[in-house]
Design a protein around this ligand. Structure first.
Ligand code: NAD
Length: 354
């Protein structure tokens, strides 16, 4: 397994491997870039087949965090960590504490948080041995409500603000009467639906589980459709809020919407599909820009900020997206390409480390 020659290694500052025999911990921390500040990124525990697969994942994810934090105007860099193992079978409090010691050994260059397979309780175990954790205790919500530690309300509010900016740019209107198709009514999707309903949007929703669908129909007047039918609807906006790769060759052919704006990570099946999206006349709100409300929330909770400052920061997502849309029009480039360029302009060549 090569590291420096690894196709995903490029640009990384630091990759650390750690094994703790007493607890069975096998983990990797990747710090992609700390020019703008310490690298924040979640810890993922997954049944990786081998360390090569784990390395590939951690390198890819840590780079993504650098771009996300830069575009969210956070004084943070990008990093990520992975633990090799089955979270349901192998995870113990002692293992999480060992992970905390590993995180601490980087002296604050890397700050960890939740990701797949790692819950708030696990981060609390890690925090017994390191102060470099986020997402442990949320003290407030962006709207002044009581926080339950879940960043989804902030993510959903950011997606709502971003979707509004995209509709304004592409359709020149507010949300009243605008038809939005939401794929996935989970933690973020349902809250997004509530915001949109309050602004007068007409909702079409789908999910593979019926739980939230009946509620959306009753409370928000949403029209429920089958999962396979969500792409081809005659709507203005498509909001992917389920899994990745919702925008692929087959879905793009079906899409009638003029705007793509949703919460899901890695919405484009590949980077080059951004060009096809643009050529079809669709406006795509780059995923890592529009869904940054959660990481903005974690940052403010760590800084002991205020709900007002948090809310204002999330609302900047709309301004950042508008900047991307204008530049994409001026330069004739896909929005995903412009977002990457803007992020690189922000984090490359600037350093808080002197
Ligand atoms: P969630 O698991 O609560 O919701 C996802 C929903 O999508 C579920 O209800 C699931 O049943 C549904 N779904 C899955 N496959 C589907 C399909 N093929 N068709 C229709 N529905 C389907 O997750 P979430 O926290 O709401 O996050 C949604 C997306 O946003 C994910 O991609 C996540 O990575 C991303 N995201 C979430 C946050 C956050 O703060 N929660 C932050 C950034 C990005």
């Amino acid at each position: 397994m090569s590291v420096f020659e690894h196709p995903e290694f490029e640009g990384h500052e630091h990759v650390a491997f750690h094994q703790d025999e007493a607890t069975g911990l096998k983990a990797i921390i990747a710090v992609h870039n700390t020019n703008l500040g310490p690298a924040l990124g979640g810890c993922r525990m997954w049944t990786y087949q081998d360390s090569a697969e784990a390395l590939n994942d951690v390198l890819r994810l840590s780079r993504g965090m650098t771009y996300k934090s830069a575009m969210a105007d956070l004084k943070l860099g990008g990093g990520k960590s992975v633990i090799i193992g089955d979270p349901r079978k192998h995870k113990t409090p002692e293992m999480m504490q060992a992970m905390g010691r590993f995180v601490d050994s980087l002296g604050g260059r890397y700050i960890t948080a939740e990701d797949s397979g790692i819950a708030v309780a696990d981060i609390k175990e890690m925090s017994k041995h390191t102060a470099y954790v986020g997402g442990v205790e949320a003290k407030y919500r962006y709207d002044g409500g009581e926080a339950d530690g879940n960043p989804a309300p902030s993510t959903a509010y950011g997606v709502f603000v971003g979707l509004k900016a995209a509709v304004q740019h592409k359709l020149g209107s507010d949300l009243k009467g605008v038809k939005v198709a939401i794929q996935g009514l989970g933690h973020v999707g349902y809250r997004l639906a509530e915001h949109l309903h309050r602004e007068g949007a007409i909702l079409y929703v789908t999910d593979i589980f019926p739980d939230n669908l009946a509620r959306a129909k009753e409370e928000l007047g949403a029209i429920v459709v089958e999962p396979a039918d969500i792409f081809g609807l005659d709507v203005d906006v498509f909001a992917p809020c389920a899994l990745g790769a919702a925008i692929n060759e087959s879905s793009l052919v079906q899409l009638k919407a003029r705007v793509i704006a949703g919460a899901a990570n890695n919405q484009l099946a590949n980077e080059s599909i951004g060009k096809a999206v643009r050529e079809k006349g669709l406006l795509y709100a780059p995923d890592y820009v529009i869904n940054a409300g959660g990481v903005i929330d974690i940052y403010h909770q760590r800084m002991l900020s205020t709900p007002t400052a948090l809310r204002a920061h999330i609302e900047k997502i709309g301004e950042t997206l508008s900047e991307i849309f204008v530049r994409a029009d001026e330069e004739g480039r896909p929005t995903n390409v412009v977002a990457n360029l803007m992020a690189e302009e922000r984090f490359k060549g600037t350093s808080v480390n002197g």
